[in-house]
Each structure stands twice: as structure tokens, then as C-alpha cells.
Design a protein around this ligand. Sequence first.
Ligand code: IMP
Ligand code: MG
Length: 180
Amino acid sequence: MTADPRLDGRAVRRIVYTEAEIATRVRELGDEITAWYPDGDLLVLGLLKGSFIFLSDLVRKIRRPLHVDFLVAASYGDAMVSSGTVRLVYDPETGLEGKHILLVEDVVDSGRTLNHLMSLLTERRPHSLEICAFLHKHIAVNLSHPTKFVGFAAPNEFLVGYGLDHAESFRHLPYIASLQ
Ligand code: IMP
Ligand code: MG
């Protein structure tokens, strides 16, 4: 398939979600989130690096006041299989206590990253704590917290684009592709 110059010669098996499909779904998610939150401070916390494109599109579709901050957790390294180790490398500057926290993730795969982060964030006594994941592979067992907002129920394949990488490549693809 495809001679997209962004792929640097790598073949993609197929395009899973097109740019147009993503735009439609992100707009819907923005509406869901806008409708769901009551008054109060909303802090949208993006988990870097994977969420950076999704988060920037999403917050522009949420029509209420909000603040944005980021978390950096290191997990996978360059492997295509989860190592299960999660390290917090950047902690948000903003205080979380008493706020509505919406944690934004690129993809829920094994769920290990999320379980670790949710227990860590709960200790900071937010008013509410929910997850918005662009993709959810629905293979995780023992998820400590349901994912309230999900963009797409994704196939169990290794996916790249729209922020998701393989060894730091392909984050800038405007679509989601399955890697060969
Ligand atoms: P988990 O802890 O296994 O749920 O995986 C969390 C992280 O692994 C995600 O935030 C991604 O950075 C990465 N990841 C999981 N699945 C994929 C994939 O299909 N493509 C690219 N990165 C992935
Ligand atoms: Mg990654």
C-alpha cells in the first residue's frame, strides 16, 4: 500500500481511521465532555508524548473553561510489547486538589500505565478523576478505573499516527495506520 513520503519507505498494512473519521469523532467527544462536566475547575491533563495531537484537537472542541497541563510517564521504550514499567518523568505544576481532572491518553493497551497513574493522581484529592482515551483496545484486564470517554474501540494491532509512535517515528501521520 501507499507511497506516503512521511512513512520513510515503511509499509503500513492499512489505514484504520482516516483524518476525516478522526475529526468527526473528536468533535463528538468534545460535545460529550462539554455536556458531562458540571461547574467547577476542569484541568485537562495530557499524558505525553502520545496524547499531544489528540489533546490539542480535543480541547478546542470542549466549550467550557478549562486549564491544560501535562504528565510524562515512560513505559514502552522502543518495544512493540508493554514492559509494564511506568516511570513519572514530569509531574504537573498545577495543583490537582478539588479540581475535575480529565486524564487524556492516546491508547489503552494493557492498562498498566493508567492503573499506575490513577492511583498516583487519586492521592492528590481531585474533586473528580476521569480518563479520556483516543483509542481503547479492550484487552486490558484488571483496569482499576473505567475509561469514561473513548474515541474508538481499536483492533489489537500495533497502531501508529495521530500522536502514536513506533520508536518515535510516525507520530505526525494525520491518520491512524496499522504497522506491518
Ligand atoms: P499500556 O500501559 O499497555 O496500556 O500502554 C500504554 C502506552 O503504550 C500507550 O500510552 C502508548 O504510548 C503505548 N502503546 C500501546 N499500544 C500501542 C500501539 O498500538 N501503538 C503505539 N503505542 C502503543
Ligand atoms: Mg509510545
